[in-house]
Design a protein around this ligand. Sequence first.
Ligand code: MN
Ligand code: ZN
Length: 407
Amino acid sequence: MEFSVKSGSPEKQRSACIVVGVYEPRRLSAVAEQLDEISGGYISNLLRRGDLEGKSGQMLLLHQVPNILSERVLLVGCGKERELDERQYRQIISKTINTLNETGSMEAVCFLSELHVKGRDTYWKVRQAVEATQDCLYSFNSLKTRKEEPRRPLRKIVLNVPTRRELPIGERAISHGLGISAGIKECKDVANLPPNICNPAYLADQAKALAEKYEHISTKIVDEAQMQELGMGSYLAVGRGSVNESLMSVIHYNGGDKGAAPIVLVGKGLTFDSGGISLKPGEAMDEMKYDMGGAAGVLGAMHSLAELNLPINVIGVLAGCENMPDANAYRPGDILTTMSGQTVEVLNTDAEGRLVLCDALTYVEQFEPELVIDVATLTGACVIALGAHATGLLSNHNPLAHELLNA
Ligand code: MN
Ligand code: ZN
């Protein structure tokens, strides 16, 4: 998808489609009003007849609007003007993209980036439009026998900003949005891959590929022999039942001052968690391929960092491992010695995440980090406590917790 910014008036655009907002109840946005005037009241007439109320997410596609140079005009319901918030804005963008993608407009000029969103500026609106678009167009179909694609997919979006002065801001927002989206896409791709393809070695390969692609990144892989030497007894125990070797990928991004304390991200990378000897129930066990979602998130974040060229030092750790039942597998009752020297009695081999992560967390102490963020699908109890939408966040440092929540 190609994005660009422009600052122009709607009636002068010659495009497959121009996208403008309509508020509830049947109230034209400033841009829609301009079009209405040029078209001799064509749009306001339709609204009067009740074709569009302006409720958030409503769509009305018009063809051959009088005196308008563009082939189509897409009216997008934005809800009540005063209530348009961040979430709604992103939803409106997503619905718009889906509609454009299905109605044969291969390019569009979008004026939704000029809508007033509470407390947000042009930079935010343009960047979010890019991110929401990429998110909405994402589909994981690389492994399908027959790939289905829209006949005339959307290829190009021009986001309009109110003044020429804001063009550089818009361009910066697009490049940031694309950098962030690239990381999100990589995260989703890796998480969606099946466990017979995405194993710890696959994660390590992705980590190495980042180092090849980006100058500021170097990657080190810690294999089982090295874990043995380091005394990572609990991490090793978890992977013992799998034919796939445990591999911990350590990705260094050096964008900041030499010697500046790094931020460390540690991601749980259980590429499949069967539960081990304490086998999980069969139902929905396929979803346990997602037990590497933390590692996928860290990989994606490292990718975005490099794309954005941020002036900080970050180390990302993908704690790759597979938890399987086997004659060689660790058992309930085993007592393990962790890298920190503490011993752990295993009561249930499905509580493997903490065993892998504790050694990874001890390992990163050598980097003397400014802070450590550990991302994990650690326990099903989190969903039982908070439900399927909220995410659990625990911290021993309140200001950091607030920063993360705001982000
Ligand atoms: Mn488990
Ligand atoms: Zn797990």
